[in-house]
Ligand binder design. Sequence first.
Ligand SMILES: Cc1cc2nc3c(=O)[nH]c(=O)nc-3n(C[C@H](O)[C@H](O)[C@H](O)COP(=O)(O)O)c2cc1C
Length: 320
Amino acid sequence: MALPELLRDRLALPVVGAPMFIVSNPALVIAQCTNGIVGSFPSLNARPPEQLEVWIRQIREACEAHAAAHPQAKVAPFAVNLIVNKANSRLEHDLEVVIANRVPIVITSLSAPDEIVPRIHAYGGIVLHDVISARHARRALRSGVDGLILVCAGAGGHAGSLSPFALVSEVRAFYDGLLLLSGAMSNGQGVLAAQAMGADLAYIGTRFIPTFESNAADAYKAMIVDATAADIIYTPLFSGVNGNYLKPSIAAAGLDPDNLPQPEPGGGYRKRDDRPAAWKSVWGAGHGVGTITAVESTAEVIARLRDEYTAARRALALAG
Ligand SMILES: Cc1cc2nc3c(=O)[nH]c(=O)nc-3n(C[C@H](O)[C@H](O)[C@H](O)COP(=O)(O)O)c2cc1C
């Protein structure tokens, strides 16, 4: 479909840098936006809550300054991710900050954003909601969202289990609006494949963890550089929700990743205290780790994604 006005002619590559708990920070988001892809961060990364407004202003000012200094450059809009559930005691505060600062794109996760959408639309922002099934996609559309993010098998962090081939086709059968696809894309060929399947934009997280700008610990970045898809395990054990994690980080936390305790019904450990901290000591990453071979700048990563994407398009055109 045609991209919403907000995104038209603003992207150097059809990619959104996905929000990642602890990992995403203003430096990463600014580097993503000024290199022509949407950058985003979970509002919960800005701590204490008063930092959220500081981060938003910092990102906006840096992007505006870059656009003024480089009038020909494509500078993408940024997004803030809100976790919509009762456990998020910051939701109303963070939503008010987002509205007061007219954040262009809001990415909502977990519950359908019924009450959020009209408040974002009131100032001209758009809402993208992430889902793991066609049922959740239909539910989100009833909230009036402007786009769906399909979080498919192999995605880093909390992920779905469906093949992107299956879920994109199922959702496209009833939805012709803005569609983003997530899960294990680490190169430009993957971005083109997402479009070939029927998505408009690729939604990429793990690829940006081992960048100079990201807030991930150095050992976490190095672990991703060393890992292949066989080092990723999908389990609800650490957060109560199914997600993909790096096995070596589980081993470093003192557990055998190949013989993990059985999760309780409903997922997770029986006693919260027994649980190594998901995200802090047990690190999330998707199946796309295998093609990541160095810690680099975000600009270098995006330049390579662009080159690969262009080469893949050319190769397909020649083959056709
Ligand atoms: C370490 C990590 C933390 C994440 N935290 C969040 C989050 O706070 N909110 C969210 O909506 N998605 C979160 N995600 C999911 C990403 O936004 C995205 O769906 C995923 O990274 C895409 O798959 P990929 O990592 O294979 O590219 C996280 C992913 C990772 C790897």
